[in-house]
Design a protein around this ligand. Structure first.
Ligand SMILES: Cc1ncc(COP(=O)(O)O)c(C=O)c1O
Length: 344
């Protein structure tokens, strides 16, 4: 019977990310909050195309694209999608044409310049072909339709799902869990909880599936960034079960481990709340970390909220994963100015 590690190693994977990403202490934030030991896993430093959590997922997806002899890749997301940017960068690196469905209208009342800067500017710089699509809530269907159109036109597209979040992509975070546990062991850290932004669910699903497969009693708490925690939790459960199966650990999986915290996403996806701005300011001033108002700012607000709510003891060691996203902050100049004048 192959082990979990052997099953993971058997899945074809490209090398796109700068790995391992650093694991660093956040002593000043920890002291400010009077909380447990806080560490940050720097997955904003995965390198390719300014980095972020999708690069690990794309190592698996784009290996299949190359094996399938795809002549182009289809993906997409909102105007400020980090996934789209990382797919565009990876395609440039691999010499694959990249078609992005850019979904307009999901983010309410965008600031001026939202359509021209940050991630969308980088998508264009990486040479992606942009297809404008109105947001209608069914984010997967419109990407599938784009792939069909290309196929009808005689192309051989490979479709990366929304957020690169399916079991295959989530393997990138199963692998990250192994990397993180190894770093902790090597440095004498005994992690009790992992906290990070959860949206399309693949990141949390991969981590939880690997923790279950290795029978590690570390909690992994997702912070809902979509203002739709029940849907996020359902996606994490569905993908997590599939990942556990791929790892031969289906018996170890239980939906009961899925914890997605509501209350930190503000009123809607893409709209920063007051707590988001406080978190961005604290991370910047206390730790020199650059967070964004859509994902990592909300995830840090979640970490701060959990510490303040007494969720952890002083003896705990909590690893917060910085999943990236900083390019989007340039699309929120007014909100970021509010951070710089926030008392934090
Ligand atoms: C910066 C950033 N953090 C976190 C997430 C959420 O990860 P997942 O979609 O795997 O839940 C995303 C997804 O787009 C992201 O771009």
């Amino acid at each position: 019977m192959p082990t979990v590690a052997e099953r993971l190693d058997a899945v074809p994977r490209l090398r796109l990310a700068h790995l391992p990403t650093p694991l660093e202490d956040m002593p000043r934030l920890s002291a400010y909050l009077g909380g447990p030991r806080l560490l940050v896993k720097r997955d904003d430093c995965t390198g390719l195309g300014l980095g972020g959590n999708k690069v690990r997922k794309l190592e698996y997806h784009l290996a299949v694209a190359l094996a399938d002899r795809a002549d182009c890749v289809v993906c997409g997301g909102v105007v400020q999608s980090n996934t789209a940017r990382q797919v565009a960068a990876a395609c440039a690196r691999l010499g694959l044409e990249c078609h992005l469905g850019v979904l307009r209208g999901r983010v309410r009342d965008p600031e001026p310049g939202h359509d021209a800067t940050g991630n969308i500017l980088l998508d264009r710089l990486f040479g992606a072909v942009i297809h404008e699509i109105p947001w209608d809530g069914d984010r997967d269907r419109c990407l599938r339709e784009l792939a069909v159109q290309l196929r009808v036109a005689g192309r051989r597209p490979y479709l990366v799902p929304y957020g690169a979040s399916d079991a295959l992509g989530a393997l990138g975070y199963a692998r990250m869990a192994v990397e993180l546990l190894g770093q902790c062991e090597a440095t004498g850290v005994a992690p009790t909880s992992i906290v990070h932004a959860s949206g399309s669910g693949g990141t949390q699903a991969g981590i939880l599936a690997m923790l279950a497969a290795l029978a590690r009693g570390v909690r992994c708490i997702g912070i809902d960034v979509d203002a739709d925690a029940r849907r996020v939790a359902a996606d994490v459960s569905r993908i997590g079960r599939d990942v556990a199966q791929m790892l031969g650990a289906q018996q170890a999986w239980s939906d009961a481990v899925v914890e997605v915290m509501a209350g930190y996403a503000g009123t809607a996806y893409g709209s920063p709340a007051a707590g988001t701005l406080e978190a961005i300011g604290l991370a910047a001033r206390l730790e020199g970390l650059v967070l964004d108002p859509v994902y990592s700012g909300k995830a840090m607000a979640g970490l701060i909220g959990l510490v303040r709510a007494g969720r952890f003891t002083r003896d705990d060691a909590v690893v917060w994963i910085h999943t990236g996203g900083a390019p989007a902050l340039f699309a929120y100049p007014a909100a970021m100015t509010a951070v710089s004048t926030h008392p934090g």
